[in-house]
Design a protein around this ligand. Sequence first.
Ligand SMILES: [Fe+2]
Length: 407
Amino acid sequence: MSATNGGHNVGGVIYPQPFKIRRLGHFGFNVGNLDASVDFYTRLFGFRLTDEIDIGAFEFMREAAKKMKETRIFFLTYGTDHHAFLLADKTMGAFLGDSGPDGDVTLNQITWQVGTLEEVVKADDYLRTRNVEMRRTGRDMPGSNWHCYFRDPDGHTIELYYGMEQIGWDGRSKPRAMYDRRFDEKPALPQISEQQEVADAVARGVDIFSGQRVADTGQAKYNVGGVMLPRPFKVTRIGPIALFCKDVGASEAFFTESLGFVKTEEANYRGQTVRYLRNGTEHHSLVLAPRALRDTLGLSSHTTNMSMGFELGSYQQLRDAVAYLKQNGVRFTDAIPPELYPGIDYAAHAIDPDGHCLQLYCYMEQIGWDGKPRPASQRRKVSADWPETLPPLSDTYADQTFQGPLG
Ligand SMILES: [Fe+2]
């Protein structure tokens, strides 16, 4: 992959960066009460626990661990990725330098998938030339993904990764005996494939089926499109992620110029400009809003996370999810008005135990070859009373391609 006329060859296509972000892969919250959050996101939202580690058990962390209230990290998923969501304690985030200059960064990572391992390695070199604050490059277990970690202008930890471990029908993650291929430095290329790693583990006598088994212990009493599940909906995608930024122009420059995001549009709300960025056909996967908007909206001052999106499998599921979550005591807020989520029609905003705002929705406008969003006048008019059914738009369910069974 060599620089070509000032550009970079990504699989035979010349881009300004030596990588191309494909999608939001995972994210994590640092929380005040880890057990309460794990319960909230697993029991009520259906995220499944794939692994749990206790970094206090590592010899090199033993002293540092004494400064943390909690040293466990929980790995959760909604699909086949080993993790789509991580939960850790705020004291760990503060110790690891993830809490930002003002102590209000509660996202422990915002992680984007690229296409190849080579893209991850080249990203490390490239971002260093742009004076991005690099944190570490290598490969972590659990999860097996190769990555580089760095910071955005607000101190959010951003990660690019390739090769997330996939959890299949048997629900088992890789056993610890297969953690031998962990890297804490940039790997030399090429590396052996995962198939070879599995074959090597079998050859040395590892019981490759001895990893943690994912299980949803809720009682399956809801019919979701013909299958009985423990709750009347399924999270089928994560994102968009919305951030409050100190200097929204600097953040936009960072995400577009250094990472290759494309701006779809801006919204002006009470004198403040919010920017909507994407990587693919989605209207937006990242929202950058000025920090002052947090006070205007009355959202929790403990976090720079304006909202975290969870796409649900259908409009019916969205309606049922709101009713189910309210029945189960989840608080909802109207703090974020529809003007601030162009490209999404019906949405509801739930509040997690720490005050994070969760955006539940089922439709994301799709951007075609010409890069133009749908004119606002042609978007669906959202009514305060949600109708029972909706007519389809040209791109309704266009991104609902969840792989595998819903539960
Ligand atoms: Fe990660």
